[in-house]
Design a protein around this ligand. Structure first.
Ligand code: ADP
Length: 487
């Protein structure tokens, strides 16, 4: 038996396979893009057969000639996306409904108007939003004839993306790990299995759902036909939880923020079930031998996509990295403030109707001022989240950043300055895959626990120390608060 971890990272725009050694070094990687289907405005679908086929071919490419070195497989995945398939044929019954899909907005509004949100939030930690899986499952059961017929015949399997991959890799085990299951609206944060009352509320037959299991451990076996011999499946984890573990946020208060298209922030809450009074989400971070560790989660919809907007829509910059030199070329933004509510405002505001604002323009406001204001907006949005987390009893002790935008040193320093926190950026920003590799290593018994895996597998980091004057910070936050009022 080998000692390397094979990680499958089934993301939203691409799927990848990576091989990690026990020191966290990435030995091989293969990637394939996924086709995005947009059949109507607000609808986003994937072809589940394509997800499986492309993941499989990436896995085979990475394992070629090295299958003997693999100790365990770990899977991390885009969360909330729903797949429906037939247990008899193993074939998908409909396109997968992707997490971004908004088709169930009206039903969510109906349930909210009926006063259902309080009890749902109390139990699951989530809000009534189309983002989560349950209303997508309900939609498939009501609107798709094949899904309805399979439900009738008792052959329907419903699951999130990790369940779909596990079904294929193991030859028919129907499993979901607690971190993914906690994104469905069907799993109580303190319950071992999907809740019959929640299944009733959303009209989802419990018989179609997977068994909820740990995030890591001896979870199952990958069938011999895929890697030439049976290989233990040792980890299953949602992508944001995986990145939190990859960033070694293993003690309560430790927090990571991923700045990609949007910004996703998770704080480790230990064994305390998170109860947010500030519209943040409570979620399972990981589960070991039935014991859960929780996280509080908040996200801003727009982060790197604001930079793409400056480049593609406004033509103000040629590439994303240019924002750094522009920001450094001036001493301040000349009072220009951007509220990046281009897709409404996410946590903690949850104002879908809000729209973006650029305020404080004068004839002196040029490209540099706008670019700098765009980067400053990341610290302002993160500061809003930091305050909401603190009010919910989860003040941040430091902030570990990753995602494509975290490469921007100026933004990283500005985050440290505005948050008055040390900001840390790991040398390896592939934290999502690394988290699944760490969990798989622990699950396969290579390390005694996550702390040991983190010590062995994580590399060095760059630190950004706060150095901004208090009055400068206060003036920035004041201007932002005023602009936010206009969004
Ligand atoms: P995702 O995983 O959501 O596709 P990535 O983590 O790959 O996103 O990050 C890409 C985003 O980061 C893009 O929106 C891009 O505009 C932004 N970005 C990349 N490099 C920089 C940079 N140096 N400065 C600012 N933004 C950047």
């Amino acid at each position: 038996m080998g000692e390397n971890m094979l990680v499958l990272d089934a993301g939203t725009t691409s799927t990848r396979a990576m091989l990690f050694d026990p020191s966290g070094r990435m030995l091989a990687v293969a990637q394939a893009d996924l086709t995005q289907h947009y059949p109507r405005p607000g609808w986003v679908e994937h072809d589940a057969a394509e997800i499986w086929q492309r993941t499989l071919s990436c896995m085979r490419e990475v394992a070629r000639g090295k299958a003997g070195t693999i100790a365990a497989v770990g899977i991390t995945n885009q969360r909330e996306t729903v797949v429906a398939w037939d247990r008899t044929s193993g074939a998908p019954l409909a396109r997968a409904i992707v997490w971004q899909d908004r088709r169930t907005a009206a039903f969510c509004a109906e349930l909210k108007a009926a006063g259902a949100e309080g009890a749902v939030q109390e139990s699951t930690g989530l809000l009534l939003d189309p983002y989560f899986s349950a209303t997508k499952m309900r939609w498939l059961l009501r609107e798709d004839r094949q899904v309805a017929a399979a439900a009738q015949a008792g052959t329907l399997a419903l699951g999130t993306v990790e369940s779909w991959l596990v079904w294929n890799l193991t030859g028919g085990a129907h499993l979901s790990d607690a971190s993914n299951a906690s994104r469905t609206l069907l799993l109580p944060l303190d319950g071992a299995r999907f809740d019959p009352a929640l299944c009733d509320l959303f009209g989802v037959p419990a018989a179609a759902l997977p068994e909820v299991i740990d995030t890591h451990g001896a979870l199952g076996m990958i069938a011999a036909k895929w890697l030439g011999r049976p290989v233990p499946l040792a980890a299953l984890v949602g992508d944001q939880q995986s990145a939190t573990i990859g960033q070694a946020c293993l003690a309560p208060g430790e927090t990571k923020a991923t700045y990609g298209t949007g910004a996703f922030v998770l704080t480790n809450m230990g064994q305390t079930i998170p109860r947010s009074a500030n519209r943040l989400l409570g979620t399972v971070l990981y589960q070991e031998s039935g014991m859960r560790t929780y996280a509080l989660e908040g996200s801003a919809f727009v982060a790197g996509s604001l930079i793409q907007y400056l480049r593609d829509q406004l033509g103000l910059i040629g590439n994303a990295a240019e924002t750094e030199a522009l920001a450094r070329s001036i001493t301040d933004s000349g009072e220009v403030v951007i509220v990046p509510a281009l897709a409404g405002l996410g946590a903690p505001h949850w104002r879908p109707e809000a729209r973006g604002v650029i305020s404080g323009l004068s004839f002196a406001s040029g490209r540099a001022e706008i670019a700098r204001a765009a980067l400053e907006a990341m610290a302002h949005q993160t500061h809003d989240l930091a305050q909401a987390f603190a009010r919910d009893g989860a003040p941040w002790t430091a902030l570990r950043i990753d995602g494509g935008m975290s490469a921007n040193d100026w933004m990283a320093q500005d985050l440290a300055d505005v948050l008055e926190l040390e900001v840390e950026r790991p040398a390896l920003v592939e934290t999502t895959a690394l988290g699944a590799a760490m969990l798989a290593a622990v699950g396969a018994g290579l390390y005694s626990g996550l702390a040991e895996a983190a010590a062995a597998m994580r590399g060095g980091a760059t630190r950004f120390i706060p150095q901004m004057e208090d009055d400068v910070r206060a003036a920035r936050l004041n201007r932002y608060a005023r602009a936010l009022g206009a969004a």
